[in-house]
Design a protein around this ligand. Sequence first.
Ligand code: HEC
Ligand code: HEC
Ligand code: HEC
Ligand code: HEC
Ligand code: HEC
Length: 322
Amino acid sequence: MALFVKKSRKGGSMKVAKVLVVLLTIALPLMAFAAIPETGKKAKTIDELAAKYDSSSCKTCHSEIYEQWDKSLHARPIFGPLESARTLGTIKNAITNGMMEWPYSGVKKKEDVQIRHLVTCTKCHLPQLVEAEDSVAQEIVKYMWAYIESGRTDKKAEEKLTKININCLICHNRNAMIHKWADGVVQNDTVYGSKDGSHASPDFPKLKRAPEMKEPTLCGQCHGLGPQFELDEPTQCATLYGYYLWNYKADGGAETCVECHMKKSGLGHNLQSYRSEVMRKMAIDLHVNASAYLWRDGTILTPLALVRAEIVNKAGHAFPDG
Ligand code: HEC
Ligand code: HEC
Ligand code: HEC
Ligand code: HEC
Ligand code: HEC
């Protein structure tokens, strides 16, 4: 036994030494290109925050996935659908009808809004915002007002407010490792997926398996369980992960978010709700049984119908949500 351990240790360290040499030769020239800068400094502008998680390079090789993602709301999570900008409008309402009216929020006018205020929404709508200074909160608020006051026509504001989003590097890097004590923290030069290996991208030369990439917990980080009690002012928005766990799973449901939304639907990274016809068809079974008859009341005959409708929810959770 002892001999075996010794042998394998020796073999192991030689292998490590070789790998180190190979890694150093590859890594040294690449270090200058590492795409997520490890400066520890917070972003001062929207552009700096967008640059920190810049996924535009992924488009070159994963163009189909990029186009799918671009159609989803993950590409515009503080804005909402382009035609309505409903999310932006609701965040603005949370500031004007909430924060500005509450006595202890510290917000009397829009110039008082800081990151800690926006976090009540961006904890899930834009988790990387905590890596920005209050100047970014101010910039977001400035463009938010400009866009809505322009009657939703201000293109520059639209561009700024949609360039920070839940992109490739949020799911495949920043938020990819959930159990950090067990699985480790994310590395800046690595994309996380289903296996370990090398990756053709010059900015992210490594590929690593994230154990929870296909698990509902990945989505559950933002598609919540209920109120966010850790916030000074708890909010509640998305609750589908809660429904998934306590209703669908508890009832014997076997599929995962990824299986229904990305695979069965055929939509891949274009994650959609009932607004997509494919999802609508997957959502309900509708059985209708109808019969017509005449109701006779004395000499008056009234035509009536008897309709029995059975609606079965086939989604992995309640709906609608949000
Ligand atoms: C130069 C081309 C290239 C670029 C740029 C590129 N990739 Fe890749 N990527 C690949 C190839 C090729 C594979 C397949 C590797 C394999 O199967 O061994 C891959 C695999 C992946 C996988 C793993 C899939 C799995 O099996 O789990 C993920 C995730 C991924 N890329 C994300 C990204 C992200 C995010 C970016 C942008 C930051 C990006 N890629 C940029 C070429 C590229
Ligand atoms: C909301 C989270 C999320 C975002 C955003 C996201 N991905 Fe993924 N991605 C996943 C999950 C989950 C899987 C595993 C799906 C599966 O196995 O079917 C996956 C799988 C992949 C794969 C490997 C499997 C395949 O479909 O070929 C690649 C490559 C990939 N993503 C690249 C990207 C790129 C590029 C972007 C940005 C345009 C992106 N992803 C954005 C969650 C995300
Ligand atoms: C980093 C946070 C985050 C992660 C991780 C995430 N989402 Fe989302 N997702 C959001 C936000 C925020 C929105 C809504 C944006 C809006 O309405 O403005 C959204 C929107 C959606 C929608 C569209 C809802 C609609 O009304 O059209 C679907 C479907 C969806 N996500 C499914 C998933 C699935 C499945 C996963 C896991 C593979 C996932 N999401 C991972 C934050 C996230
Ligand atoms: C059994 C299949 C199935 C599973 C499992 C499933 N979904 Fe869904 N989901 C659907 C269908 C079908 C819809 C369309 C109906 C609707 O909009 O609610 C949908 C809709 C949604 C929406 C849009 C809700 C709305 O009304 O705006 C979100 C967000 C979402 N799912 C996220 C998730 C997340 C996150 C998980 C995993 C925790 C998950 N789903 C698991 C089938 C599924
Ligand atoms: C727990 C994470 C989380 C928090 C906190 C959160 N949201 Fe959301 N929100 C989501 C997700 C995920 C979706 C999309 C999926 C869905 O509709 O279930 C969503 C959807 C929405 C929608 C679209 C609703 C619709 O009709 O489909 C609006 C608007 C919205 N959020 C505004 C806000 C505002 C404003 C705040 C802060 C006051 C906030 N959210 C806080 C996660 C969150």
